[in-house]
Design a protein around this ligand. Structure first.
Ligand code: MEV
Length: 434
């Protein structure tokens, strides 16, 4: 059993943190040493993309305090932005008081699209395809025997008529495919390419594009959490105090802004994606696919809006929900070949793609709550300030102990700027060495 409540982790060295994390779960002691190099070698990277010249590293932080569906999880988060790991961990701690996060992923159904051009009569072509649905599904099912062995395969065939487009009306065939624990792009693209000749024969048209849709709205993941209102009360470092009710109502009003205004919704959803992408990247999944699906889903009504909701339960506690497409896999692609992705899955004790999706949306919701709480109270800059100040100090050329000293001065002065860091560097350099 993992314990995700590792208090004081922040104050330890990297080596001590690794030890504490692996001790808190039944994990090999050297599991996190993969993060020395980011898990890849220059040679391995050379086999992954064209014209490879090496690797690009990002920090990995551990998200703490998460209980997802009754299970404690330590969450590896790959992100360059300060405050995200701390914010999500803090909110997970508040949500623990009411059992943490309750999440559920749909069956792993992905949609493959075939664009059928030049069919003479779209309505009769559509019906002809539907008449052949059973045999088309049988054919698609036989394409991937391994997926079928694990319970996946073709599930449904839908045919839409697009009436209005820059090239006039055409047909679109959706092949709904159960991809089990894979992200599914390869299986679905292969199935669409293989079915295309039969679709052409049935419709008399020409199949143009054959490709997966990233609007994976048959593969949603949902999560809800409750934060007891008293848990939300706090005092900021300037001594201002906020009651639980004030913070709760502030979060709900902030959500209302995103629900009603696309300009705000984009930023609100970006905060959700801060949490989501961090795990998607850590597990070697395709974060562009997740981003595309998220934003398309957020605009499904024709107006871009918030992916999450915030309100109160009958007892006045804060309740949050998040629902979004979550096409992630734990087999195939980088997930399989990237040693750091394998370590990330082990750290979380993931057994299925659905379980991974459920953890991802939980972290997305926690991260959203962290951002709204900060925005609705003391503002976002203070939370960002100390880590941001360290980055500014490093950018100004500070090294070793100087980083902390210069960062602290800038935070005290509330002036976190590169020119001020450079001045402080010069001052520090003038000081006689002890
Ligand atoms: C910054 O990376 C994310 C936030 O802008 C999210 C939000 O505004 O809700 C703080």
């Amino acid at each position: 059993m993992t314990n995700s409540r590792l208090s004081g982790l922040y104050n330890l060295s990297v080596a001590q943190r690794r030890a504490k994390v692996t001790e808190s779960a039944p994990l090999p002691a050297d599991l996190l040493s993969v993060y020395d190099t980011g898990g890849l070698s220059v040679d391995a990277a050379d086999h992954m993309v064209e014209n490879s010249v090496g690797m690009h590293a990002l920090p990995v932080g551990i998200g703490l305090n998460f209980i997802v569906n009754g299970r404690d999880v330590l969450v590896p988060m790959v992100i360059e932005e300060p405050s995200v790991v701390a914010g999500a961990s803090f909110m997970a701690k508040l949500a623990r008081a009411a059992g943490g996060f309750f999440a559920k992923a749909d069956e792993p159904l992905m949609i493959g699209q075939m664009q059928v051009l030049d069919a003479a009569d779209l309505h009769s072509a559509r019906l002809a395809l539907l008449e052949h649905k059973a045999s088309l599904l049988d054919e698609a099912d036989a394409i991937d025997p391994i997926l079928k062995k694990f319970g996946g395969g073709a599930r449904d065939l839908q045919v839409r008529i697009i009436e209005d487009s820059p090239v006039g009306p055409f047909l679109v065939v959706h092949l709904v495919y159960d991809v089990r624990d894979a992200m599914g792009a390869n299986a679905v693209n292969t199935a669409c390419e293989r079915l295309a000749p039969r679709v052409e024969a049935i419709t008399g048209g020409r199949v143009h594009l054959r490709i997966l849709s990233n609007l994976a709205d048959r593969r949603l993941a949902r999560v809800r959490c409750t934060v007891p209102v008293q848990e939300l009360a706090f005092s900021d470092p300037d001594g201002r105090t906020y009651s639980g009710e004030q913070v709760r109502d502030g979060i709900i009003a902030a959500y209302a802004f995103a629900a009603a205004d696309p300009y705000r919704a984009a930023t609100h959803n970006k905060g959700i994606m801060n949490g989501v992408d961090a795990i998607v990247i850590a597990t070697g999944n395709d974060w562009r696919a997740i981003e595309a699906g998220a934003h398309a889903y957020a605009a499904r009504s024709g107006r871009y809006t918030s992916l999450s909701t915030w309100g109160t339960d009958a007892d006045g506690n804060l309740v949050g929900t998040l629902e979004m497409p979550m096409a992630v896999g734990i087999i195939g692609g980088a997930t399989k070949v990237h040693p750091a992705a394998q370590a990330a899955l082990k750290l979380m004790g993931i057994q299925s793609a659905a379980e991974l999706a459920e953890i991802i949306v939980s972290v997305g919701l926690a991260q959203n709550m962290a951002a709204l709480r900060a925005l609705a109270t003391e503002g976002i800059q203070r939370g960002h300030m100390s880590l941001h100040a360290r980055q500014v100090a490093i950018a100004a050329g500070a090294t070793g102990d100087m980083i902390e000293g210069i960062a602290r001065r800038m935070v005290e002065e509330k002036v976190v700027r590169i020119d001020r860091a450079e001045e402080l560097m010069k001052e520090a350099e003038k000081q006689p060495k002890q």
